[in-house]
Each structure stands twice: as C-alpha cells, then as structure tokens.
Design a protein around this ligand. Structure first.
Ligand SMILES: [Zn+2]
Length: 408
C-alpha cells in the first residue's frame, strides 16, 4: 500500500518532481532541499509521528545514508521558502479540481476559516511564542507558551481540502492573521470558492468588505455580543412564522430575516438566518440499565450577505442552512482529525518558519491521502482511515527500497 500511495502521488500529482522547486537558505548545503522535503513527506505518509522515529526506522532499513539526519532536516526547515511550499499546494489543488476530485458542498463552493492553538508547554519558547499565565488548582502560577495559526479549508461532501495557513503572531488576534490569510487565499485560489464561513469573530465589517472586494460572500455566526443585530433578529422571529421542516432525524424551525440599519460600520442590508433544531435521541439512563428518550436542542444564528432568494423556495433555505452548518468541517476534519490521526500538534522543530513548513507539508500530505483514499481504494475490507494508515506503514517497513523517485 505504501508503494501504491507513492506511485499515486507521483503519477497524479507529480509530487516528487514538483517538490524539487522548494529551496532553503542553508549556506553550502551538502544535501539538496528536495531530499529533505521528501523525507518529511515519507514521515507524514507513513504516520511515523516524529523525526526521531523516521531516522530510527530508516537505520533499521539500512538506508541511513539516503535520508538526511534529524538535525539537517530541522535546520533546513528553519529557512525553507514558505511561498514555494504554498505553490506545491496550489498545483495539487489545480490538478484535483480539474480532474473533479473535489466536489462542491451542497451545490456551492464554500471556504471555511478558523483559528487553532498548536502547542502548550511550560518551557519551550522562541521569540514568536505567545504566552499566558495559568493558575493551577493548587494555586501555583505557570507560564504556558504556545503558537497559533489560522487555517482556510475548502468544505466538501466527503473530504475537505486544506488550502493554506497563516501564523497568529504575538500581540495580534485571530482576525489580523486571518485577514492576511483570506487575502492570500483569494489571490492564490481566485475561483476556488464563492462563500467564506467563519465563527462569531468573523462578523466584522473589515472581513465582509474584504471578501466583497474579491466578489465573495460571507457567512458568520451571530452571537449575543452583537446586541443590536441579535435583538432585532429575535424581535423579528417573534413577529413572524418560521419555515418548518424535517431532515433526517432533525426538526427545523427556520427564519430568514432581512435586516438593515443594525450593523454600524457595514451599513448594508444583511440576512440573518435563525435555526432552531431539535433532534430526538436515546441516551443511557443514569442507572445504566435502560435507555431514556431525550431531545437535543440547538439554536443557531448566522449573518450573511448572500443575496436573498428570488422565490419562496423552501429547498433554497434548507440548502442555505446546510451550507451554514458546513463550518463544523474545519473543527472536525481539519483540526481534530489532523491532530488525533496525523499528530499535527507535535512540534518537529520549534522555530517560527519551521512550524509553518511542517504544517503546510502535513496538510499537503493529508490532502493527497484523502483523495487517494476516496478515489483509489476499492477494497471494501479497508473501511477505516486508521486501517489504511496501518497498511501504508506496514508497506513502508516491508518494502525493500521505500525511497520515492527524487529528481537529483
Ligand atoms: Zn515558539
């Protein structure tokens, strides 16, 4: 399976050729950058989890000479060119989109943006670490150091595709970083998406205006802090009847309000979509012997500048609510999955540049892996991702020469 994945990456995406364009700023490098990038890609594809386990595995396979040492990889990552790595992502996206490997989300091309905190440790720090003081249960104060970044993904029905990330630097908030990220993503992927969704933080006129400038629509979660809009939407909901429908097990009561004059700074009319959702389910009773029925309720509100539908079509509204909900993909498929399955929170090398290098390369590998899995695995016995990853790992250990074809 390992060889199959390597072959697939090379045949479909030309991966081990295109990574040859990546450079770094080491003086008089003994080992070309492409070898280092290839080693990192092998480490990710085989889910080895750290540079040390890569070097140990390789020494067992007697290929030590072919794989750069841990310190060389780390040093090169300090100065590797991020724009060149991003170009690899753009090329892979282009091929995937052209070959229809990516699908729209409920009929629309939707981008999702959100922030993620990467590491927390009491000792590791660099000039770009963010820090906070935490008081523990026993009253002892401790300084925690961490890095944060914002990520931009393309939501999809089966897989999401991670487009780009941007660090959140010390002294700045998520919005400043995501502003740079959104601008870059709009420039690098001008036709990839039509709508961008963010959580309550993104309900900012700067974000809405920036996206409008690139001919994109925005959706942001409406929270209580935006009092004027929030209260106006609630007032209107009391005065009008919702659309009521059921989808799978969930019952929806949805209002679609058109509101103007309640958002200082933006000044344009917006739609506020209010969705009250009830899903009946069964949970274990407290004594653990039987089940009891319980209704899970959730109330959602979103603000968007999507144009109002022309008719009164309920299917339009149902679809808009589904699109609004696709924001969860960034939490589940991007952050949770890459952290739990791919060890994304591990810091392979603690420097501002290296952290982003490793994440960008990881996301490139995860994108290729996801496409490989849904397009190329026909064997029905391979049901889970974890099983497929184990097969790839096993293939790596048993392959006589696991090195990919690198153009040197
Ligand atoms: Zn740091």
């Amino acid at each position: 399976m390992y060889r199959k994945l390597i072959r697939y990456s090379n045949k479909i995406f030309n991966l081990f050729d295109i990574i040859a364009s990546i450079t770094d700023e080491r003086l008089k490098p003994q080992i070309p950058t492409v070898k280092i990038v290839a080693a990192i890609i092998i480490m990710y594809f085989t889910n080895l989890g750290s540079l040390n386990s890569l070097s140990q595995t390789i020494s067992l396979n007697d290929l030590k000479k072919e794989i750069p040492s841990v310190s060389t990889i780390a040093r090169a990552a300090d100065t590797m060119d991020l724009e060149e790595i991003r170009k690899i992502g753009i090329e892979i996206y282009g091929k995937a989109r052209k070959s229809k490997m990516l699908r729209p989300c409920h009929g629309m091309w939707v981008g999702v943006v959100d922030g993620h905190e990467q590491i927390t440790s009491p000792y590791c720090k660099c000039p770009y670490c963010k820090s906070r003081t935490v008081t523990k249960k026993d009253g002892v104060k401790e300084i925690q150091y961490y890095h944060e970044f914002t990520a931009f993904i393309l939501a999809g029905p089966k897989i999401s595709f991670i487009l780009d990330i941007e660090p959140i630097l010390p002294g700045e908030g998520e919005i400043s970083s995501s502003y740079r990220l959104i601008e870059r993503v709009c420039k690098n992927y001008p036709k990839a998406f039509k709508i961008v969704i963010g959580d309550g933080l993104y309900l900012k006129e700067t974000v809405f205006n920036l996206l409008e400038g690139h001919h994109k629509h925005a959706i942001a979660v409406l929270k209580e802090e935006r009092r004027q809009l929030f209260e106006e939407a609630n007032r209107l909901s009391l005065l009008s009847e919702p659309k009521v429908y059921r989808q799978k097990k969930t019952y929806y009561r949805v209002w679609d309000h058109s509101i103007s004059g309640c958002w200082d700074g933006y000044g344009k009319k917006v739609r506020v979509i209010v969705s009250e959702e009830a899903t009946p389910g069964r949970v274990h009773s407290k004594d653990g012997r039987s089940f009891e029925n319980r209704v899970n309720r959730a109330n959602w509100m979103w603000v968007t500048n999507l144009p109002c539908p022309e008719g009164d079509d309920i299917d339009d509204l149902k679809n808009t609510v589904r699109v609004c909900h696709s924001r969860w993909q960034i939490e589940n498929q991007c952050f949770n999955e890459t952290v739990n399955t791919w060890n994304a929170d591990h810091v392979y090398r603690h420097s501002k540049n290296a952290i982003i290098v490793f994440l960008l390369l990881l996301f490139t590998c995860v994108n290729i892996f996801n496409i490989f899995r849904i397009r190329n695995i026909k064997d029905r016995s391979i049901k889970t991702k974890i099983y497929l990853i184990e097969l790839i790992k096993a293939g790596f250990h048993t392959t006589h020469n696991p090195l990919p074809p690198i153009p040197i």
